[in-house]
Design a protein around this ligand. Structure first.
Ligand code: PNW
Length: 494
């Protein structure tokens, strides 16, 4: 076996933020409590035959009824910030701009936010982590209806800013538009589960959904900036995920171009309109033709006006792959720029060790490269808003075994070292790191079978048990920050 690189516990800046992240549907439960309306996930997770491994989020971690206990956990982990998402249909059960508001839902998030602040943990709120009010999907097709969706989203965003913005100082509009668009409207493995095999048009739907997300994001940013930011003094942006792509054959010009193109089809799709205020990447326009919606002149001026307001880049990152140029014509519903994705290169060498889930390999070297790619392209300070992994075989372990999560500790250690190198050797500005996830939770189509938590959750008793990685994060952060004072600061741009 190849020698394993050691974790070096390299320095991090003193003001670097350690947090953990969750999403409403994955942890809250209370699916029918206190007037919450159903979301597309309540419907999707109850379909027969099951598309979520015969499990659903009705109870999940029961966080809805255990906020006090969960904030205590965060405190014991030394977290400085907590990224959670707000369930739209808890606040507006039917979702729309003329529909009634549910004060009990507002009270739930008020209580969470106040408890966090009482422990000096900064709340970071995501407005949309995949749980669209079901009624809006039924009423007008949800994201496939851009003007209606945009108007309803901005109304919901305004409600959140006005009720929580006195205390929430960092806002994220959408979590992972790429995953929403491709998994919700192409492969269909996430809600609303559209795909060609279900009779939907997967050639165009993902790009229409993505278009709605971009324009709804921009409209919400504009509302925040013009109506709230001056007195609330918070920041707002979006969270984009993305893998880094290495060329399958480093000597092949076609594979090198394929790797770059794959990242533009993944990250540039959303990053260019949102952060640069421009049209979709040229390679997408060229290859997708009429499959890709057009921005009107008014859209483009909204995008260019709001682009600079997005003051940070929210980056979810887990893994990387090899990209190989396809030789034939692309599939008619191709989403990749005609690129084949592989876990190994031309010599058969795997990109990194496999974690507890088939799509995630440990690729810390590529993480550093992606930090550089994003920094060069978008020039925003970066927050790692999600990063983590399940350990191999973790779901078959007893609690006693699962809390000794050495594989996860090493993953965190290597990825934090990569951040340190990006900061001090490459001059990339990285300001914080949120572990995914605070606790084991409902992992979408995989149900409860894939565990990403730094806290073990027994889904029968709902008992929480800290894993060693939670305390590793606390301790390594302290150690890394104490070193930072002595670290040379190189190539840091103005
Ligand atoms: C993220 N992929 O989704 C989500 O933001 C979380 O809700 C989720 O629990 C977490 O990652 C772990 O899966 C992703 O296939 C889903 O590359 C799939 C991928 C990446 C991110």
């Amino acid at each position: 076996a190849a020698p394993r690189a050691p974790v070096l516990d390299l320095p991090l800046p003193k003001d670097f933020v350690l947090g953990a992240a969750t999403a409403a549907y994955q942890i809250e439960g209370g699916a029918f409590q206190d007037g919450k309306g159903p979301s597309i996930w309540d419907e999707f997770s109850h379909l027969e035959p099951s598309r979520t491994s015969n499990e659903n989020g009705d109870v999940a971690c029961d966080h809805y009824n255990r906020v006090a206990e969960d904030v205590e956990l965060m405190k014991s982990y030394g977290l400085q910030a907590y990224r959670f998402s707000i369930c739209w249909s808890r606040l507006i059960p039917l979702g729309g701009r003329n529909d009634p508001i549910n004060e009990k839902g507002i009270a739930f998030y008020n209580n969470l936010i106040d408890r966090l602040l009482a422990q000096n943990i900064q709340p970071v709120a995501t407005l949309y982590h995949w749980d669209l009010p079901l009624e809006l999907q039924k009423r007008y097709g949800g994201m496939l209806n851009t003007p209606q969706f945009q108007a309803d989203f901005v109304n919901y965003a305004r409600l959140c800013f006005s009720r929580f913005g006195d205390r929430v100082k960092q806002w994220i509009t959408f979590n992972e538009p790429y995953i929403i668009s491709t998994y919700g409207f192409h492969s269909g493995i996430l809600a609303p589960g559209h795909s060609t095999s279900m009779g939907n048009d997967s050639r165009t739907e993902p790009f229409r959904a993505g278009h709605s997300i971009i324009l709804s994001h921009a409209a919400a940013v504009k509302a925040y900036a013009s109506e709230f930011q001056l007195h609330q003094t918070g920041s707002i942006s979006i969270v984009l995920n993305g893998d880094y792509y290495e060329p399958y054959d480093i000597l092949s010009e076609a594979d090198r171009a394929a790797a770059q193109r794959r990242m533009e089809f993944y990250i540039g799709w959303f990053g260019d309109p949102v952060y640069l205020g421009t049209d979709y990447p040229a390679c997408m326009r060229k290859r997708l033709g009429s499959r890709l919606p057009e921005f009107t002149a008014a859209d483009l001026s909204l995008l260019s006006e709001t682009a600079p307001i997005n003051s940070f880049y929210g980056m979810n990152h887990y893994t990387s792959q090899y990209a190989r140029a396809r030789t034939g014509d692309p599939e008619e519903d191709d989403m990749t720029g005609n690129v084949e994705e592989l876990p190994y290169d031309i010599d058969g060498v795997e990109i990194g060790p496999l974690s507890g889930v088939s799509w995630l390999r440990v690729t810390d070297v590529q993480f550093r490269k992606l930090l550089n790619w994003i920094w060069v392209r978008y020039q925003r300070p970066i927050y790692i808003t999600e990063n983590g992994c399940p350990c191999p075989g973790e779901n078959d372990m007893t609690v006693k075994e699962a809390v000794n999560d050495d594989f996860r500790i090493r993953y965190f250690g290597l990825y934090l070292d990569a951040i340190s190198r990006a900061i001090y050797e490459d001059g990339v500005k990285v300001q914080g790191y949120y572990a995914w996830s605070l606790m084991d939770n409902f992992e979408w189509s995989a149900g409860y079978g894939i565990r990403f938590g730094i806290t073990h959750v027994d889904f029968k008793t709902l008992i929480r048990t800290p894993k060693r990685s939670a305390f590793y994060l606390r301790d390594t952060m302290k150690q890394r920050k104490s070193k930072a004072a002595h670290a040379p600061s190189m190539n840091v741009p103005a």
